[in-house]
Design a protein around this ligand. Structure first.
Ligand SMILES: NC(=O)c1ccc[n+]([C@@H]2O[C@H](COP(=O)([O-])OP(=O)(O)OC[C@H]3O[C@@H](n4cnc5c(N)ncnc54)[C@H](OP(=O)(O)O)[C@@H]3O)[C@@H](O)[C@H]2O)c1
Length: 287
């Protein structure tokens, strides 16, 4: 049973509320007194006890589910609109492009790109009503495409492009569009991505897979060394973006995002060389 927020509390809708960053953000918002419509795919016990949090079923890949979620929030808000919509739900698909199943690539775009676009369309009237803001959760890979991670990189680049265009379209209506860029955060995202990649590689043509083995091993070692921070840092940044009187277009949530943004501005030849060296791909002998 959802507990009730103050009657005039400002309201926020967030997708992927059951996940690491989603839960941290839902909790931070609830603690600040917001009424939170927590978009979940199934009943989520750990959100149940939070004051002012109402779970809303949504699968962002299903337009009927998105429309039903928007209708339910509209009914519950009863003419008050929303202070923010946070497109946070996302997955990560990685692997050599040649070996990524087409279906996985489609799923990557369905959840990370078409989903937020559908949510934006469905919830725009609520944002207009509340003179709210739209917050899209991006990733450093949007600007710096990573080798062996083309699906996630391409999806976040597409989401950034959507955010950039929407910022001007919605800006004229008083709706700010903000991108938040998390660094590596301790969530289940990576374990889920690894499981999906393992099953895709297990089904891949073994002759082709063999060609990539040394580089995949180097990538695995580089990823194992990656430092992660707790998702609360991202939640704090989302809160900052949500409460700024004049929100910026982009907020960087963690310091590890900066080197990626700097690398992204280098000429391609230099950027490639640096990435290859940093990931240890230069030491991985070609099979
Ligand atoms: N963690 C990081 O290091 C990192 C870095 C940069 C950017 N990000 C971005 O931050 C966002 C949140 O990621 P996270 O790290 O918190 O990952 P997470 O813990 O795996 O959470 C992802 C959430 O998305 C939901 N989701 C997946 N498919 C969905 C669908 N079809 N419809 C609705 N919801 C769906 C998941 O729901 P279920 O629980 O039902 O599966 C889950 O709640 C993502 O957009 C991610 O790309 C994360």
């Amino acid at each position: 049973m959802a507990q009730v927020a103050a009657k005039n509390a400002r309201a926020v809708f967030i997708t992927g509320a059951a996940g690491g960053i989603g839960t941290a953000t839902t909790r931070a918002l609830a603690q600040r007194g917001y009424r939170v419509y927590a978009g979940v795919r199934g009943e989520t016990p750990h959100l149940r006890e939070l004051v002012g949090v109402e779970q809303i079923r949504i699968d962002v890949t299903d337009p009927e589910s998105v429309a039903a979620a928007a209708e339910e929030v509209t009914r519950l808000q009863d003419g008050q609109g929303l202070h923010a919509v946070i497109n946070n739900a996302g997955i990560m698909i990685q692997g050599p492009l040649e070996l990524v199943p087409a279906e996985d690539l489609r799923r990557q775009f369905a959840i990370n790109v078409f989903g937020p676009a559908e949510v934006t369309r469905a919830f725009a009237p609520l944002l207009r009503e509340g003179r709210g803001r739209l917050i899209n959760i991006s990733a450093p890979t949007a600007r710096l495409a990573m080798p062996f991670a083309s699906p996630i990189s391409a999806s976040k680049a597409a989401l950034d492009a959507i955010s950039d265009a929407a910022r001007i379209e919605f800006g004229a209506q008083g709706i700010a569009v903000v991108t938040v860029i998390p660094g590596a955060a301790e969530t289940e995202l990576f374990a889920k991505a690894e499981a999906a990649a393992d099953s895709a590689l297990a089904a891949a043509d073994p002759v082709r897979l063999e060609l990539y083995r040394p580089q995949l091993a180097a990538m695995g070692a580089a990823q194992a060394k990656m430092r992660t921070s707790e998702p609360g840092k991202v939640a704090d940044t989302i809160l900052k973006a949500l409460e700024a009187a004049r929100p910026r277009a982009r907020y960087v949530a963690n310091p590890d995002v900066r080197p990626a943004l700097i690398l992204s501005r280098l000429p391609a030849w230099l950027r490639d060389r640096m990435l290859i060296a940093m990931l240890g791909l230069n030491k991985a002998k070609a099979a």
